[in-house]
Design a protein around this ligand. Sequence first.
Ligand code: TXA
Ligand code: MG
Length: 361
Amino acid sequence: MPARQTRLLRVDPMDPNPEVIQDAARVLRAGGLVAFPTETVYGLGANALDASAVRGIFEAKGRPSTDPLIVHVPGLEDVRPLVRAWPDVLPRLAQAFWPGPLTLILPKQASVPPEVTAGLDTVAVRAPSHPVARALIAAAGCPVAAPSANRFSRPSPTAASHVLADLDGRVDVVIDGGRTEIGVESTVLDLTVSPAVVRRPGGVALEALRALLPDVRLASHVVAEADAQVSPGQLLRHYAPNARMTLFEGPADAVRARVIDEVRARLGHIGRVGVLAPEEDIDLLAREFAAPLAAGAMVVRAYGRRRDPGMGARELFDAIRAFDAEQPEEILAIALAPEGIGLAVRDRLMRAAEGRVITLG
Ligand code: TXA
Ligand code: MG
C-alpha cells in the first residue's frame, strides 16, 4: 500500500470551521480518504461513487472486500438515486430516526459501485446527525462510503487518537472533532426482507424500532448471542483487545462473586489479570484485590454503569483499547443487561470475547 501523508485537522464539533470542511471535502472529491467523527464512532470516508477511492478504504483498513460499506447521505431525498425500492415504512423511519444512528438496507441501484456493497444487490444507507459529518457530506456533494475508521478486527474509534493509532500514514485527512457521543455503531436494519431484521444492534434501541415496526426481528446471530449459544471460535475476531477476553453475565451478585473467584484462580499463575467492569463493581474489586492491584499483578477498568448503559456504550471501546497499553494476559469482562443500548454493548463485548460468554443463572 502506498504511504500517505496524514493531515490532522481540528474542528469545533458543534460548529466546524467551513474552510477546514471545504479542505477535507476537496480531498474526498479528488478520490482521497478522510476520517471524520459521526455521533456513533469515527468513520473512514471516500466518495461512494468512485470505485477506486472505495478500494482505498479496504486497503487502509486491511478489511476483506467481502464486507460491505455504509453509504452516508444528508437525508432521505438523497437515498432515491441509490435504491430501487421505497418501502412504506422508509419515510416514517427516516422521520423518526434520521439524522441519527440508524442504517437501512435497501435494494441497490446500478449507480452504486459493487466495491461499496461487496457485490451484493443491496446497499446500506444512513444520514448521520453529527454536525461535522453533516457539513463534510454536504460540502463533498456526493454520497460518502464510510466504515468505522479502525484497522480490521480492532475496536471502533471513538476519538481521533484511536484513528491515528490505527491509520496514521494510511489515510489523507483525520478530522478531530473530539469524542463521539454514542460510542457504539449504528443499528443496521434490513428492509429487504419481511418482517424487517436487525442485523446489528446499535445506537437506536430495538425497543424504539418496535414502535414503528412491531414485528421487527433480531437476526439469528444476534438472538443466539443474547442466548449465549455461540460457541467460541465460531465468531470472527472483532473489536478485540490484544489479550484473550471472557465475558460474564447474569445477576449482578452472582457475576461479581464468580469474577472474584476467577481472578483468584489466576493470580500468581498467569501474567497480569485484567478486569473490565461497570462502575458499581469497582470499589468492591479494589477492596478485594488491593494488594495485587498495588503490585501491578492486576488491572481494573470501569466502563459505564449498570444503571446507565448509555455511559457504558460511550466508554466501551476506549476502555478496551486502553487495556492494550497495560498488557494483561487475560481480561475478564462483566456485561451490562441487554436492554436498550445495552444490547449493542453486550454484542460488541461478546464479539471482543470471540464468543467466550459465561451466563450465570
Ligand atoms: O455507526 C456506524 O454505522 C459507523 C459510522 C461510521 O457510520 N459505521 C460502521 O461501518 O460501523 P462498518 O463498516 O464498520 O459496519 C457496517 C456494517 C457491517 O456489519 C456490514 O456488514 C453491514 O453494516 N452492511 C453494510 N452494507 C450491508 C448490506 N448491503 N447488507 C447487509 N449488511 C450490510
Ligand atoms: Mg466496523
